[in-house]
Design a binder for this molecule. Structure first.
Ligand code: VGL
Ligand code: ZN
Length: 215
């Protein structure tokens, strides 16, 4: 029986790309690869970081605190970020060159003002689901291939949750970029993902594996 695979595009949005408020170094470089691999997947899902303006991860909502300070939200350490990906703003839109017409569904994350959501599946307290897990189960997906931003935050937490949910998970390294706030963060994220069985692969491996083209 053919294994059902989904491609998950994490947060490929203007605010994480060049000129954005939380620009991930070299983020724009992934767009070509992400567009090229879409032809191998029947199921393509994307997430948007989608914060209300009063979101608790924004440094501006914590007077007296500085960028990248840590606060505690619902017992979870929270890094304070610049204002980014505010709902219905240009910064929250997908990168203009990202191919969007084959998306099967889009899921929003980080909508609760009181808690952040690095993972595409659940908020950081694992209290509220984005609906992505149910959707992938409905589509009878067994394997999830992850690309996007940022390797050491939302890609990592999405991969860890996907593995915990029982999916076979692949992270396509050259179609991701990380923040690397501290040197070594990206490598550490890859090790954490590997430790739970996530395979870190390259986009060229998709051709080698005898990947069928989508029907
Ligand atoms: C992300 C920091 C804050 C991400 C989202 O998409 O990796 N990082 N919000
Ligand atoms: Zn965010």
């Amino acid at each position: 029986m053919l294994i059902k695979k989904a491609l998950l595009l994490v947060d490929i949005q203007n605010d994480f790309c060049t000129g954005g408020s939380l620009a991930v170094p070299c983020a724009d470089e992934i767009v070509t690869a992400v567009n090229q691999i879409q032809c191998h997947f029947d199921c393509i899902v994307a997430t948007q970081d989608w914060h209300p303006a009063n979101h608790a991860s924004f440094v501006t909502n914590h007077p007296g605190y500085n960028l990248n300070d840590t606060v505690v939200l619902e017992s979870i350490p929270q890094i304070l970020w610049p204002v980014h990906c505010v709902q219905n703003t240009v910064g929250a839109e997908f990168h203009p060159l990202l191919e969007k017409k084959h998306f099967s569904a889009v899921f929003h994350k980080g909508i609760d003002p009181l808690i952040d959501s690095y993972s595409a599946f659940f908020d950081n307290a694992h209290q509220r689901s984005t609906g992505l897990a149910d959707y992938l189960h409905q589509q009878e997906i067994q394997e999830v291939y992850i690309v996007g931003l940022a390797t050491d935050y939302c890609v990592k937490y999405s991969a860890l949750d996907a593995a915990q949910l029982g999916f076979k998970v692949y992270v396509i390294e050259d179609a991701c970029r990380g923040i690397e706030f501290n040197p070594g963060d990206i490598a550490k994220a890859c090790e954490e993902m590997r430790a739970v069985g996530v395979e870190i692969i390259q986009s060229r491996d998709l051709m080698r594996r005898g990947f069928p083209l989508a029907s």
